[in-house]
Design a protein. Sequence first.
Length: 216
Amino acid sequence: MRVESGSGAQPGILTPSMPRDIGRRSQRGRILTALADSCAVKSFSATTIADVVGRASISRATFYKHFANKRECFDVAVGGFVAELTGVATEAQSSGESRPEAIRRAIGAVLDHLAANPAYSRLVVIEAPILEPSIIASHREQAVDALKGQWEMGKEGSEARADARLAFGRAHVLVADYVAAGKTKKLPELLPEIVYVLLLPFVGHKEALEQVKLAQ
């Protein structure tokens, strides 16, 4: 899905110099997208290797050159899309803005990217937790740690005023409800509510409400 950045590395799909979906244009990327598309229609459990190779227009032998089995393909697709979401959130922020502003912009960018990729969004938001329930806890811990890191970096106090993990859970439910209802492309409508939910534990009602007004 991506080329790792670093000294001497070629640009990856998360770098501004290349299209974000460049990884999906490769043969391996087509397989991942075929899996996501099939899961969006049939669920992961009902999707077969035949479904994937048919959608990707490749042979079964070609599939096995890239992945040992359907589960490995699924794990790579989920991991790659989560990395994309992390990338768009990071790119949306500016060093010259306050932490609440930066987080509001990051949330907006994530919702936009989810809306633009409905099959992958369903894979990550709906299918992944069904297949591996612990994945939500893992993503929650990563998200909460990232939010705390924002406050530590901004020196605005990292202590949450409420349970940030519950806030993430509420945000996930809001997104999952939209995705499950086939309203993925309307996810940006949730921006004000999710901004409030995720900022409230860190900045309190007044500042969270100010960011909601800017998000509307």
